[in-house]
Design a protein around this ligand. Structure first.
Ligand code: NDP
Length: 293
């Protein structure tokens, strides 16, 4: 079976990993990067170096972009890209806001190109390996046309026609990730302030994260509760959890470590209790959080 040519623009760790996965599967791959030396290894592995971004785009029906943000795409493709974008498919796997993705989809359409957005959910070494997955959104026919090649990067999760959805899901995952990382560091600072080494604490703290489904239920169970808006407080209540949030804040203040994160968490409980959710499950915080007040 012949494999369709694919171009990859942007050869940071991510773009390099994507190009490598495509090459390994037998796709002819054309690459371009602002700093040309970053293409050297891929060229040795069989990729073709494009002299210009326009050459890269016209070498393949499908061009994948892996850049710091969407501004980089505009910087690379220039002010008047219609001459080489017409009839091409762009898949932008760079991180940015959902609105930046939507704006870029309009921009690409204005230059005659079809545009799919993506959010890649694993670090570069995991690209192309089991467990890797990528959210996509945009025109379904573009996704369907290139799904076999895109599947080489990771499992594909198509979210629908709105080009902003892939970045929305990406940002929401990163919300969980970054908040969890800050929580780990804050909790460690709390313990080490008492003179205990981080090594005595962090392994169990990591276990707390992986034990979350066992403690509060699966994602599907939680989603059902949030969608129903019932929040039955038979096993835990916002009153009980809020008292714990207060203990964490006061322990942080006593230890002299940063108070912003525990104060934000306590504020969720305070506002949920003030809104009458004290005897309901902690999931009732969702009502306060999504209301934005
Ligand atoms: P890098 O920052 O290493 O690479 C970014 C790429 O963008 C490079 O090719 C760089 O070119 C190019 N670039 C940036 N600004 C410009 C510009 N103004 N003009 C031309 N080229 C530009 O990022 P990664 O490869 O790590 O990540 C790529 C994308 O994937 C990002 O959006 C990131 O958020 C996302 N991502 C990354 C993950 C990771 O673990 N690395 C995980 C999940 C998502 P040059 O080489 O010349 O600097």
């Amino acid at each position: 079976m012949s494999h369709q040519p694919v171009s990859v623009i942007g050869l940071g760790p991510m773009g390099q990993a994507m190009a490598t996965a495509l090459l390994r599967a037998g796709h002819p791959v054309t690459v371009w990067n602002r700093t040309p030396g970053r293409a050297d290894g891929l060229v040795r592995a069989g990729a073709t170096r494009a002299a210009t971004p326009a050459d890269a785009v016209t070498a393949s029906a499908l061009t994948i972009l892996s850049l710091t943000d969407y501004e980089a795409m505009y910087a690379i493709l220039g002010d008047d890209p219609s001459s080489f974008l017409v009839g091409r498919d762009l898949v932008n796997l760079s991180s940015d806001t959902p609105d930046a993705s939507r704006e870029a989809a309009r921009w690409a359409a204005g230059h005659g190109a079809r545009f799919l957005t993506g959010g890649i959910m694993v670090p570069a070494p995991a690209v192309g390996n089991p467990g890797a997955y990528v959210y996509y959104s945009g025109p379904g026919e573009v996704f369907a046309a290139h799904e076999p090649a895109l599947r080489l990067i990771g499992d594909t999760r198509y979210l629908g026609a709105d080009p902003g959805l892939a970045q929305l899901f990406y940002q929401a995952h990163l919300d969980v990730f970054l908040t969890s990382l800050s929580a780990l560091l804050h909790a460690t600072a709390l313990v080490t302030a008492a003179g205990v080494p981080a090594a005595d604490f962090l392994p169990d703290a990591m276990r707390t994260i992986t034990d979350i489904p066992a403690m509060v239920g699966s994602g599907a169970e939680l989603a059902a509760e949030l969608d129903a808006g019932k929040h039955p407080g038979d096993l835990s209540t916002a009153f009980m959890m809020g008292a714990t949030a207060d203990h964490i804040l006061r322990t942080s203040e006593k230890a002299g470590v940063d108070r912003e994160l525990p104060a934000a968490v306590k504020s969720h409980y305070d506002r949920a209790i003030a809104a009458g959710h004290g005897t309901r499950n902690w999931t009732a915080l969702y009502e306060v959080i999504r209301a934005g007040r």
